[in-house]
Design a protein around this ligand. Structure first.
Ligand code: SF4
Length: 331
């Protein structure tokens, strides 16, 4: 696999709004409206989490609207928690395909396994000012918490926390014969992004039943998600909402529906603090939570204005975010 990522990061952000800027015309918008559902399917880094290798498309729509969601494994979720980076994580739930497989919560039939609502855990995308694809002016786009807006490089690329799903992209997508973000960027903005693409390796993708407890998590107490599902669909998850799902993910056991009370309580303490946390995790506050909060505050206050991506130095780097090398250093 060979890709040209310089000035891109299309798989690390939601750049759909740029497509509207590019096309602009009423005809183009009509066409987009007509194919909205199809487009949303194609434009989403997600697979049917219940399907096997033959599952070419999902009929289960996520409750959220992130087209490039990065699902993490149980071990990766635990690693982020141990690093004090739980604020980077968020769950994804799906609408059930039919009543038989769903559990009703907040008036929504949520996809479930054995009456347990299922979900992924992935990375949050606060709004950041970015100028990908050779654009001269920055734009506010939902952008992975770990993407450095100044270089469009990943802050954890060389770290042990770098998600396996990011390292495997776009191989997994190609292996499923689906269009990659690289190809979509080429179509919309030109250039060569996907330089070599002859992969068909599905190893490690965790499709079907083997995903349960490893990447696809099942909540044992659906009643605990009341209100959470509503807020997930509205894009208004709170810290306790995220903590409830993330703690179950951290407590899961690959290949089973079992969860560990010990790991659940430990994860909750990591995420929300409390008496247990005060002594053990008191010094764990990372740059992530404060940075995300400031990005959202700045976005609300900015109105139509878009600051330079360099404001990330004050928001992220000065709080301890790892710096990125820039592209010159890699040549
Ligand atoms: S972790 Fe890094 S590579 Fe993965 S989506 Fe975020 S910025 Fe991109």
């Amino acid at each position: 696999m060979e890709v040209n990522c310089e000035g891109c990061a299309g798989c690390c952000m939601d750049w759909r709004s740029l497509l509207e800027d590019e096309t602009g015309s009423a005809a183009a918008r009509d066409d987009e409206d007509a194919t909205e559902n199809d487009s949303k399917q194609r434009h989403r880094r997600q697979r049917d989490p219940f399907g096997g290798e033959d599952a070419k498309s999902s009929s289960r729509e996520p409750l959220d609207d992130d087209p490039t969601f990065v699902p993490l494994t149980r071990d990766e979720v635990r690693a982020f928690l141990e690093a004090g980076m739980g604020d980077a994580l968020t769950p994804r739930f799906w609408h059930a395909r039919d009543e038989a497989e769903g559990v009703e919560i907040d008036g929504v039939s949520v996809a479930a396994v054995a009456d347990r609502p299922t979900f992924f855990v992935g990375l949050r995308k606060p709004p950041k000012p970015v100028d990908p694809f050779g654009r001269e002016e920055p734009t506010w786009l939902p952008t992975c918490v770990f993407l450095d807006p100044t270089t469009l490089q990943c802050r954890i690329h060389e770290s042990e926390l770098y998600p396996g799903e990011c390292g495997a992209y776009p191989e997994y997508t190609l292996a499923l014969a689906r269009e990659t973000e690289c190809e979509r960027v080429e179509s919309a903005f030109g250039g060569d992004r996907l330089l070599e693409a002859d992969h068909d390796d599905l190893d490690g993708m965790l499709l079907g039943p083997q995903a349960i407890g490893a990447k696809l998590f099942c909540h044992p107490r659906p009643a605990d998600l009341e209100g959470v599902v509503d807020r997930a669909a509205a894009g208004e998850l709170t810290r306790p909402d995220r903590a409830e799902a993330i703690a179950v993910a951290a407590a899961s056991s690959p290949g089973t529906l079992a969860t560990s009370d010990h790991h659940y309580d430990r994860a909750k303490a990591r995420l929300l603090g409390g008496e247990d946390a005060e002594s053990e995790f008191a010094d764990d506050e990372s740059w992530i939570g404060p940075a995300i909060r400031e990005w959202y505050q700045r976005r609300r206050a900015a109105g139509e204005a878009v600051p330079s991506p360099a404001v990330a130095d004050a928001i992220e780097t000065d709080r301890g975010a790892p710096e990125t090398p820039g592209w010159d250093a890699l040549e």
